[in-house]
Design a protein around this ligand. Structure first.
Ligand code: AMP
Ligand code: ZN
Length: 479
């Protein structure tokens, strides 16, 4: 079995690369923190999701059966990780003068289009936090019974001094940190790092729209609690891999550990993975600085394949600076790959056989790189060397050339770079062409030429493209 070959993964808990061994042989249970669905998926989010997509694709390539859960945070994520501020979803809904549930629906819909366009496989299970409120209330009761939590004015807080290993993931020096933070202490909490498990729906004259009855009155769950519950509900009390961006190391993930481990008495996560952030032209990505890009706008301008190539080209533990070179290089690399695949297709073939060895070697080098904590830059370097060899071996037998082409697309597929569907045409050009076809079909419909509009729809369906009539106009997707 392929998965017996050693795969090493960097574990944030130990700060070391460790040989990966899942709890159950051949099966991997992975939870990744998902989108807070109050606004568009930006390229930072997309980078993190692409990283997990590669991890999962590679685990499957190695023969593991992977069960992947990634949540939607649709309530309880406050504007400040330390329980200050407002619920991001309620705040945005109020600004837009719409219902928070409506906002959530809209953003989830948009989110899936982005994920599909970036060729990120959808998780096996995508729970919304609001779907598991009864389970969350049960967990809070357990923590109260065990003495890990306390109630104040309809809020329930976790008392971090009761969990001896609190902060082990972040390596927090609690006394020092608390001393520094004392000024900002929330009067309702016993300790600075205590965090909300349940929040009172009433704050001043404001009433939270998303609220549920509980033994502590009407309220809503804390963001950290949601992830512990969603992970354990579908994957069990101990999971193999838990992923998130590096912003989750200081607070969100230590809190998830504290909740789960205090309740179950078992290790919550065997392997913690964290993806580094994206910066924009050397600066931290931030809306207030105006250097903020949504995945959607980039996909619309450059096509999903180019953006995906840009997102996965760096190592997931290195910062990616999203400067113009990233997309320029991505385009160049894609053209190089497409060119090589066309050369294979167009070559009549010869009698030589030397490419066979290169085809074996590229798989080996690719796996060696990926086994070393998913070293994609090294894996891509092996692929580029292989392309060089293909291009200078077009006099090999046709079946050897074809096998090289299949290996090339297979390995790129593990990185989520799909060169099979597009048959060599650039994504941006496909978008342009599809816009034209959609306009012709719309005009046909307006002119009541339903025969033509149906014919266009059917022809497209026959070649694997589906047109959907969405609220803001027709969309298309590959099926
Ligand atoms: P959020 O919607 O803010 O809860 O974030 C969803 C996921 O994206 C989490 O795993 C975050 O850690 C990650 N994330 C947020 N901002 C960035 C960024 N600038 N770069 C990379 N990942 C990010
Ligand atoms: Zn989470």
């Amino acid at each position: 079995m392929l998965f017996l070959v050693m795969l090493k993964i960097y574990n944030t808990m130990t700060r070391e690369k460790e040989v990966f061994t899942p709890l159950e042989e051949g099966h991997v249970k992975i939870y990744t923190c998902g989108q807070t669905v109050y606004e568009k998926c930006h390229i930072g989010n997309a980078r993190t999701y692409s990283a997990w997509d590669v991890v999962i694709r590679y685990l499957r390539y190695k023969g593991y059966k992977v069960l992947h859960v990634q949540n939607f945070t649709d309530v309880g994520h406050l504007t400040d990780d330390a329980d200050q501020g407002e619920d991001k979803i309620e705040k945005r809904a109020r600004e837009e003068k719409i219902n928070p549930w409506e906002l959530v629906e809209r953003e989830i819909e948009e989110y899936w289009h982005v994920i599909d366009d970036l060729n990120i496989n959808r998780p096996n299970i995508s729970p919304r936090a609001t779907s598991l409120i009864p389970e969350m209330i049960i967990l809070i009761k357990i923590l109260l019974d065990k003495g890990y939590a306390y109630e104040v004015q309809g809020n329930v807080y976790y008392d971090i001094t009761k969990f001896k290993e609190y902060g082990k993931l972040a390596r927090l020096k609690l006394d020092e940190e608390q001393a520094k933070a004392r000024v900002a202490q929330d009067p309702l909490k016993k300790n600075y790092f205590d965090f909300a498990l349940w929040l009172n729906a009433r704050k001043g004259d404001q009433v939270h729209i998303m609220r549920w009855n509980s033994p502590w009155g009407e309220g809503y769950p804390g963001w950290h609690l949601e992830c512990s519950i969603m992970a354990m509900k579908y994957l069990g009390e101990t999971i193999d891999i838990h992923g998130g961006g590096i912003d989750h190391i200081p607070t969100h993930h230590p809190n998830e550990i504290a909740q789960a481990e205090a309740a179950t008495g078992k290790q919550f996560v065997r392997n913690w993975m964290h993806a580094e952030f994206i910066t924009l032209n050397g600066k931290k990505m931030s809306k207030s600085l105006g250097n903020y890009l949504t995945a959607r706008e980039l996909i619309d301008e450059h096509g999903g394949l180019v953006v995906r190539m840009g997102l996965v080209s760096g190592h997931y533990r290195s910062t990616v600076d999203w400067n113009p070179d990233v997309l320029a290089n991505a385009k160049k690399n894609i053209e190089r790959i497409q060119n090589s695949l066309s050369l294979i297709k167009d070559s009549p073939g010869g009698t030589k056989t030397n490419l066979n060895q290169a085809t074996e070697e590229v798989k080996q080098s690719f796996e060696e790189a990926m086994d070393d904590d998913f070293n994609i830059p090294k894996a891509l370097a092996a692929i580029h060397e292989f392309i060089r060899q293909i291009n200078s071996s077009l006099d090999n037998k046709k079946e050897i050339l074809n096998r090289a082409g299949e290996t090339l697309t297979e390995l790129l597929g593990v990185l989520g770079l799909d060169f099979t569907k597009r048959k060599g045409m650039d994504d941006a050009k496909i978008n342009e062409l599809m816009e034209l076809i959609i306009t012709i079909r719309e005009n046909a419909r307006k002119g009541k030429n339903y025969e033509l509009s149906d014919q266009i729809r059917e022809k497209l369906r026959a070649v694997g493209i589906q047109i959907e009539d969405a609220e803001n106009g027709p969309r298309w997707k590959m099926i």
